[in-house]
Design a protein around this ligand. Sequence first.
Ligand code: NAD
Ligand code: TDX
Length: 341
Amino acid sequence: MHILLTGGSGFIGSNFVRYVLRDRPGYSVTNLDCLTYSGNPENLSDVEGGPRYTFVHGNILDIELVTELMQKVDCVVHMAAESHVDRSIIDARPFVESNVLGTQTLLDALRRVDPDNTKKFVHVSTDEVFGDLPLDKPDELFSETTPYAPSSPYSSSKAGSDMIARAYHHTFGMQVMITNCSNNHGPYQFPEKVIPLFVTNLIEGKKVPLYGDGQNVRDWLHVEDHNEAVLAVLEKGTAGEQYCIGGNNERSNLELTHSILELMGKGEDMIERVTDRLGHDRRYAIDATKLKTELGWAPSRSAWPQALEATVKWYVDNEAWWKNVKSGAYRKYYETQYGSR
Ligand code: NAD
Ligand code: TDX
């Protein structure tokens, strides 16, 4: 099985490459990534040059390039996206371009090379497309039948990409499957997202900026559990179906912050209360029953607090990686090697 993975130089994608190479000896991966600020080939320096991994520096908006690549592969796992909510509030344009138009470009390219619809396309999306849940109704969860109600420019662009993906299945009969996952954590996450930002700030002696009242809730899943679920959908999923992926592990941001402070041996005084994110979604929580009953998947690496402890330890042990990323030094190196975006 030869997979075309988009966005493989980012957080989830680089963990996906490593997972596939380790767990699926018969598989190979071509990673198409244009190396935005969050794409970093250093995330995959340990597999670079191996016989089952190929890196292609390019944009998913480049129809000729993606058409050529799709001829050589058996299936597509689409992860490339602009992924940070705060950035989408500052400038939504790259989100619409990469997330909506990028997804449409990939699907058009696949139609060109595969008119008989033999190749599967897994579109990796987010639980944020469903909007948010109230804090005072803990029994309410997102599932595959929850209506779409995205609230940020990021989640709207992901919702748009999901609709395009659905439409290409419905209209052309393409073998498209969509996954909607909750918040991931683990190694190689860009330190703009809350867990790596807070851990690395504390190592640097800086405070952690907690938005608003800190009561917003996220459902935390280890990235390896997410990638195992994506592979299950690729291998056993049904075309046209949607699958919700979650950790069944809800924590408020304040609880998360206290756990990180405790693991780092720091006190409450390191919390800096800052202005809330605009339109901040209150609560995300997933009901992953469909994945369990239909595909036999359940999270096995996300138990709290052990999973958080392992993630925190990774950033403590890999200071050179995140210092390089935070300082932007790696960008200069890769821009000379690959050219800028
Ligand atoms: P990330 O920002 O770490 O990585 C995104 C990667 O996509 C980067 O390597 C970037 O260079 C690449 N990319 C962006 N635009 C591109 C383009 N136009 N052409 C080629 N490459 C491009 O993001 P992530 O956290 O790894 O998220 C991966 C996917 O998973 C995204 O689709 C995201 O919406 C989804 N997702 C993320 C989470 C999470 O908690 N991080 C949860 C659910 C779903
Ligand atoms: O400095 C911060 N302070 C803070 O309180 C940051 C960066 C975040 N937060 C809060 C906002 C959220 O309630 O922490 C929570 C998590 O924030 P992020 O790490 O930015 O993640 P979130 O906005 O929940 O979105 C993530 O999960 C779903 C990913 O970035 C998305 O790509 C994914 O789709």
